[in-house]
Write a protein that binds this ligand. Structure first.
Ligand SMILES: [Zn+2]
Length: 474
């Protein structure tokens, strides 16, 4: 039987043929979603016959021909009972949907597998996206598999692990340096233009809830805790639950959805959150995700960066899951729910852990209770590394110069003392001279008109900056 599906506007209900890639309604500008006929069943036995990936839910995924599936084995990830974390937090039934094991280390692979499969089926010649991280990583990987050229525009704040991934998959990488560049500025009709609100992405993401419920043997789940970025995952989970209800796969089960966001995304001092990829300005879909949360009696919860880092540590130390900050955030959210006394003792809770920890090495260094030990371990890895013998003082000096662009000897001396490194001023100048000899910093001399005196500043050289970056990512 030939499969049928179409686009429908999320707001005005206008329908469109799903033969090409359209993201927004031409009538009212709202996001489009995919709909299936009522006789498209969620056939439990049939779905199992496909394979252990999202494509087991073939009947409710938007693709006509199985031959066009572009899969790297996304989805069908483990749902783990978090025994140690449960007893630590004082909950009974806590499960972790471990999305870190997806092909590129992120749940987004679910959505991108569907989008790239459709791109292939519809005859597109290449793919395009603007990204803060994981969307671009995943698009690069699936485009490689589909033999489509991926053009990826990255945000300057991208985490270094994700940039390496995009490069490794062979995408054409561009950095957005200044001004606004949006998906609508990219006009090539032969290229599949993807963003987080794309209807095919949403379809892939909805399989998270299909899997969770199937893995729970269709038993009741009370609360689902999800990171809130664009709101797409949350909307998709809500859509998935409704599709199952409409097809009587589940009864009138009430699943509360909680979205978790970093507090620092909202801060006015422009402090960058450790979970930067969740700091997305409100999208057209966000409103509908918030409605979904409201309809399920859930909530949107803000947590601090400190709480996110602590949750990363809890997950890694107690459950053996190394999650990136924007994934571990759901454990921080769970702790808020517990503090507010919003969890009943026998409730079943599923926390979605969306992405792998190595994507954000910066967090690991901040996270460690013994950063000096990490430095010492890293320095000892490779004797030719140069900075092995550099010691803490020189590294601190370089860190100061990285933060402030330029400083003079006296200022650096004061900062070192503040950090508990007690040296004489001449000793500081000795360190500065040595760093200069290594060409890691350089002198800048300026003449102060008011005092009629020369002033000597120090700043990092490109080599110094690169060295700091290397240290950061190793
Ligand atoms: Zn519309």
């Amino acid at each position: 039987m030939k499969k049928t599906f179409w686009y429908e506007c999320i707001s005005c209900g206008k329908k469109y043929k799903a033969t090409k890639n359209i993201t927004y309604c031409r009538n009212c500008g709202s996001p489009l979603i995919i709909r299936y006929p009522n006789d498209a069943t969620f056939d439990k036995s049939r779905s199992k016959s496909i394979k252990d990936s999202i494509w087991r839910y073939w009947n409710l995924l938007p693709l006509h021909n199985e031959r066009n599936i572009v899969s790297l084995g996304e989805g069908w990830t483990h749902l783990l009972k978090a025994s140690r974390l449960s007893s630590y937090l004082g909950v009974k039934n806590l499960y972790l949907k471990n999305e870190t094991t997806n092909p590129t280390g992120s749940f987004i692979d679910r959505g991108v597998s569907v989008a790239v499969s459709f791109a292939k089926e519809a005859g597109y010649k290449g793919t395009f996206c603007i990204t803060k991280g994981n969307l671009g990583v995943s698009l690069a990987a699936y485009s490689a598999k589909a033999d489509l050229k991926a053009t990826i525009f990255i945000d300057r704040n991208i985490e270094i692990g994700k940039l390496y991934q995009i490069i490794a998959y062979g995408a054409d990488v561009n950095i957005i340096t200044e001004g606004k560049f949006t998906n609508t500025d990219f006009k090539n009709k032969d290229i599949f233009n993807l963003n987080a609100e794309n209807p095919f992405i949403i379809e892939g993401k909805k399989t998270t809830i299909f899997e969770i419920l199937e893995q729970m043997n269709w038993a009741k789940v009370d609360k689902i805790i999800v990171p809130f970025g664009s709101g797409g995952h949350i909307y998709a989970i809500w859509k998935g639950i409704n599709e199952l209800k409409e097809r009587n796969v589940i009864g009138p089960m009430k699943v509360q959805i909680f979205g978790i966001k970093p507090k620092s995304c909202e801060s006015s001092d422009n402090k960058k959150s450790i979970a930067i990829d969740l700091c997305i300005p409100s999208t057209k879909l966000s409103k509908f995700a918030l409605n979904a949360i409201k309809e399920t009696n859930g909530d949107l919860i803000y947590v601090s960066d400190e709480e996110i880092l602590q949750s990363m540590m809890l997950l890694a130390h107690m459950e053996g899951i190394f999650a990136e900050p924007s994934a571990a955030i759901t454990i921080a959210g769970l702790q808020h729910l517990l503090k507010k006394d919003l969890i009943e003792e026998d409730e079943t809770i599923v926390s979605i852990i969306t992405g792998f920890g190595l994507k954000n090495p910066r967090a690991i260094r901040i996270l460690s209770p013994k950063p000096r030990k990490i430095n010492s371990l890293i320095h000892n890895l490779d004797p030719s590394y140069g900075i092995r013998t550099m010691g803490r003082t020189k590294l601190e000096i370089m860190n100061f110069l990285n933060e402030k662009t330029m400083d003079y000897g006296y200022g650096i001396w004061k900062k070192l003392i503040k950090k508990g490194i007690n040296l004489t001023l001449p000793a500081v100048y000795q360190h500065l001279n040595e760093l200069e000899k290594l060409e890691l910093i350089t002198k800048v001399v300026s003449f102060d008109e008011s005092t009629q005196k020369k002033k000597v500043f120090y700043k990092l050289t490109r080599r110094g900056l690169n060295l700091l970056r290397e240290l950061y990512i190793r």
